[in-house]
Design a protein around this ligand. Sequence first.
Ligand SMILES: NC(=O)c1ccc[n+]([C@@H]2O[C@H](COP(=O)([O-])OP(=O)(O)OC[C@H]3O[C@@H](n4cnc5c(N)ncnc54)[C@H](OP(=O)(O)O)[C@@H]3O)[C@@H](O)[C@H]2O)c1
Length: 253
Amino acid sequence: MLKGKTALITGGASGIGLAAAKLMHANGAQVVITGRDPGKLESARKEIGEDVLALQADVLSRESLLAMTARIKESFGGLDVFFANAGVAYVTPLATTTEEAYDTLMDTNVKSVFFSLQAVEPILRDGASVILNTAWLNQVGVPGRAVLSATKAAVRSFARTFSAELLARRIRVNAVSPGLIDTPILRGVGQSEHPGQSDAEFKDYLAGAAKLIPIGRLGRADEIASAVLFLASDASSYMLGSELVVDGGFGQL
Ligand SMILES: NC(=O)c1ccc[n+]([C@@H]2O[C@H](COP(=O)([O-])OP(=O)(O)OC[C@H]3O[C@@H](n4cnc5c(N)ncnc54)[C@H](OP(=O)(O)O)[C@@H]3O)[C@@H](O)[C@H]2O)c1
């Protein structure tokens, strides 16, 4: 589905990003993954394929984003697919959240998506596909998730505006909206909601969450990767500025 195409996945060394990188690679794409942790990047590269370009890049640093773009241009000339996936998640109760915690969530999940796209836009080929990672939380109200939900609502909105802005170049921008997916990010959410949570308590926490999801379980990263592959490929050629929800019914029923 992506033969001859080059795809960049930020936060591609774990969870949803890693699953998407694997699936795009298996479907013929030249894959570039980024992240902050060199150890995680190297093991992901080995897991996906030796030809994967794994770049250390912090999405919070514009300098780092520009260096990443220059390296991709030098290696592959341009990009056909960009999955803006890197993000963080933790609870931010109204009464106790610090300004620093607020800023880190907003900066990582919103500002960095804007400046990641700004950095790579000059090397996106005409007709490229951009996929933004929003979340089921953008349409419901869950206690303690005000900032996280607002970041993902902003990302949802970006898909519309950027689609309009890049239309002349036939660049399609869509969002994938995962439900509760079993990835490393959930451990941090659990810890932020219940500081000092043990492994056993975390397991119970996830089991409790799974019961609230209409389909009866958490999602898997590969289930989101399938949706991302669809949005990345020409199979979704008539989709612009939309949101593909993959949430086991969590935000729907
Ligand atoms: N899991 C869910 O339930 C769920 C639901 C809805 C949406 N999402 C979204 O899916 C995306 C991926 O999350 P995940 O669930 O796959 O969790 P994950 O495994 O923790 O992945 C998060 C990725 O983001 C990267 N990242 C975070 N901050 C970064 C920074 N400053 N610079 C560069 N990379 C950074 C991390 O890489 P390093 O640590 O190496 O930097 C990591 O690879 C996030 O945007 C998340 O909000 C997840």
